[in-house]
Design a protein around this ligand. Structure first.
Ligand code: DGY
Length: 335
């Protein structure tokens, strides 16, 4: 930026240099230095008078925050593909552009979801604990048996970018792939991925593995609940790398504890973070990791870069490379 007065931005966490350096070079940046997010009060103080905001999924962007920021705020750039932490209509009404990091984390997240599926199926964390506890005394014909992944049926719930990458991986394991999505994928895409669309009840009933890749919306909130678990096979394994509240945690606990389903592997939880004494963590058949599906060096760098580009573009009122609400600019002009 060339004007003397550089735009003010608040960056809610230290992000990789691929994004942080361009932001520091082009703006007057206040970068939150702690590993933990700012408290709500601190966040509200820091956003006052800024032109741009770079948020994580831990920062709630709503009317209260937008009011505190002020009418000069032009852009909220979220360092995530999901943006359920942002009230997009509230931003759009004010002409505030919202950006996300779509596209750059697809394959990395699919890799991680597949790793969770494999780990839960083959009971890797349980077996590792067993060794670490010095309980490994011999080779055992009945030790840590689990279901095969190869040739099993995989149900993908949410067939967007990440869901389709999962289907690609499943082909390598000769899996049958069913998917459920409100949108129908084009026939050539289904053929390329070897995936067949089916009603949710059928996907639940027929799959050996169910993996969730939906956005969190009022429709998907607790879509995995007592009723949906009861429709699944007793041998089924559930993977969630979407958003925690897509799964009802109490219903999941009962389903795992009572053998309604066999196992679960969660990258995301409700609540998040999940406290170490949460009842789900007492179950040997529930694997939980701390929301790390996009956590590869390269992908986090790409996320930082696109988040920085979104931020700078928004301040300049240019189209964002990954634009959630392109109609926001029209609002600003006509307001
Ligand atoms: C996202 O991008 O939405 C993930 O949950 C974090 O990478």
């Amino acid at each position: 930026m060339t004007s003397d007065k550089r735009p003010r931005v608040f960056v809610a966490r230290i992000i990789p240099d691929e994004g942080l350096q361009p932001i520091i070079a082009q703006t007057d940046a206040d970068v939150w230095q702690d590993e933990l997010p700012p408290t709500r009060d601190e966040l509200l103080r820091r956003v006052e008078g800024v032109d741009g905001l770079l948020t994580m999924l831990t920062e709630r962007v709503d009317d209260e925050l937008l009011d505190r920021a002020g009418p000069q705020l032009r852009v909220v750039s979220n360092y995530a593909v999901g943006y359920d932490n942002i009230e997009v209509p509230a931003c759009t009404r004010r002409g505030v552009a919202v950006g996300n990091t779509a596209g750059v984390l697809t394959e990395t997240t699919a890799d991680a979801a597949f790793a969770l599926l494999m780990a839960a199926a083959r009971r890797i964390p349980e077996a590792y604990d067993y060794v670490r506890q010095d309980r490994w005394k011999t080779w055992g014909p009945m030790m840590f048996l689990g279901p095969d992944v190869h040739h099993a049926t995989l149900g993908i719930v949410g067939f967007g970018r990440i869901g389709r990458e999962i289907a690609k991986r499943a082909r390598g394991f000769d899996m049958q792939v069913l998917y459920y999505d409100v949108m129908v994928a084009p026939p050539e895409e289904e053929a390329r991925l070897g995936a067949r669309r089916a009603p949710l009840e059928d996907v639940l009933a027929q799959s050996d593995f169910i993996t969730l890749h939906v956005n969190l919306t009022p429709e998907t909130h607790h879509m995995m609940n007592r009723e949906t678990f009861a429709r699944m096979k007793r041998s089924a394994v559930l993977v969630n790398a979407s958003r925690g509240p897509v799964v009802d945690p109490d219903a999941l606990y009962d389903a795992l504890n009572q053998g309604v389903i066999a196992a679960a592997a969660l990258d995301v939880t409700e609540p998040e973070p999940m406290p170490g004494n949460h009842k789900l963590l007492s179950l040997p058949n529930c694997l939980v990791v701390p929301h790390i599906a996009s956590a590869s060096f390269a992908t986090r760098g790409k996320m930082a870069s696109i988040a920085a580009q979104n931020l700078v573009a928004g301040i300049r009122q240019e189209p964002l490379p990954s634009f959630v609400n392109p109609d926001a600019y029209a609002r600003r002009v006509t307001a």
